[in-house]
Write a protein that binds this ligand. Structure first.
Ligand code: ADP
Ligand code: MG
Length: 238
C-alpha cells in the first residue's frame, strides 16, 4: 500500500488535566474526503490545530507525505501544503474580498502580482469572483464561508481542513457548499471536514471518523459509523 498523505501517530494533547486528544491514530490517503464527526468538545478542532501546527502534541507524531512534521511551525506546514479554515471565520472585515484572499495566498507566493493573480483565480473557483471588491464584513453567511475556503485554497494546499464550513447555513446554501467541496476534492485536494449535519456529511465523505472525549470511537464508511452503538450513545449523551 502506498504511504498515506497524512499520518497521525498516537497523538495525545493535554491542556493541564484535560485530555483534548487521547492517543489518536489516523491515516488519510491522498484523494479522500474524510469526515471528522463527534459531539461538542470531542476534540475535532483541537485535532485540526495539531495537524496545522497551531498546537504541538504532548505525545505522538504527525507525518505529512512521509515527513515528520511534528516539530514544524504552522507557516512551515502551510508551505508544505496544509491549509485550514477556522470554525469562527477569521477574514478581515474591513478589507475587501480580493485583499483577504491575497493575504491568504502570501504564505505561498512571494510576489504581489502573482498573489493577486492567484487570488482572482481562487475567487473564481470558489464562486466569489463577482464579490471581489465587496467589503468582507458585508458578505452574507454563505459568502463568508466561501471566503474562508478561498483564503485557504489560495495557499495551494494538498490537504484542506474544513472546520464546520456548512454549519448554520440553510439547506440550499449547504447544498451549494457541498458542491464546492466536491469541486475542491476533484481538483486533487485531500479534504478533512468537521461537520455536524449528518445528511450533509453522509453522501459527501468517503470515510468517517468519530471522536468522543478526545478518542477515536469509530471509523469506517459513513453509513456503518452512524450505526455504531457507541456513536449513538455518544451523541445521545451529549
Ligand atoms: P470540538 O471541536 O470537537 O467541539 P475542541 O477540540 O474545540 O472540541 O475541544 C476539545 C476539548 O478541549 C474541550 O473540552 C475544550 O474545552 C478543550 N480545549 C480546546 N482548546 C483548549 C485550550 N486552548 N485550552 C484549554 N482547553 C481547550
Ligand atoms: Mg470545534
Amino acid at each position: 500500500m502506498s504511504e498515506p498523505l497524512l499520518r497521525i501517530d498516537h497523538v495525545t494533547l493535554r491542556f493541564g488535566g484535560l485530555v483534548a486528544n487521547a492517543d489518536v491514530s489516523l491515516d488519510v490517503p491522498e484523494g479522500q474526503i474524510l469526515g471528522l464527526l463527534g459531539p461538542n468538545g470531542a476534540g475535532k478542532s483541537t485535532l485540526f490545530n495539531l495537524i496545522s501546527g497551531t498546537y504541538q502534541p504532548s505525545e505522538g507524531r504527525i507525518f505529512f507525505r512521509g515527513e515528520d512534521i511534528t516539530p514544524l511551525s504552522a507557516p512551515e506546514r502551510c508551505r508544505r501544503g496544509i491549509a485550514r479554515t477556522f470554525q469562527v471565520p477569521r477574514s478581515f472585515d474591513s478589507m475587501n474580498v480580493l485583499e483577504n484572499v491575497i493575504v491568504g495566498g502570501f504564505a505561498r507566493h512571494a510576489g504581489a502580482a502573482a498573489a493577486r493573480r492567484r487570488a482572482l483565480e481562487t475567487l473564481d473557483f470558489a464562486g466569489l469572483a463577482h464579490r471581489a471588491e465587496a467589503v468582507a464584513g458585508e458578505l452574507t453567511p454563505p459568502e463568508k464561508r466561501r471566503l474562508e475556503v478561498a483564503r485557504a485554497l489560495a495557499t495551494r494546499p494538498k490537504l484542506l481542513l474544513l472546520d464546520e464550513v456548512l454549519t448554520g447555513l440553510t439547506p440550499s446554501e449547504a447544498k451549494a457548499g457541498v458542491e464546492l467541496i466536491r469541486k475542491v476534492a476533484a481538483s486533487g485536494v485531500t479534504v478533512i471536514m468537521v461537520e455536524h449535519v449528518m445528511e450533509v456529511v453522509m453522501p459527501l465523505v468517503d470515510r468517517a471518523v468519530v471522536l468522543h472525549l478526545g478518542r477515536v470511537l469509530a471509523e469506517g464508511h459513513p453509513t456503518e459509523v452512524v450505526r455504531h452503538e457507541g456513536v449513538i450513545t455518544a451523541y445521545l449523551g451529549e
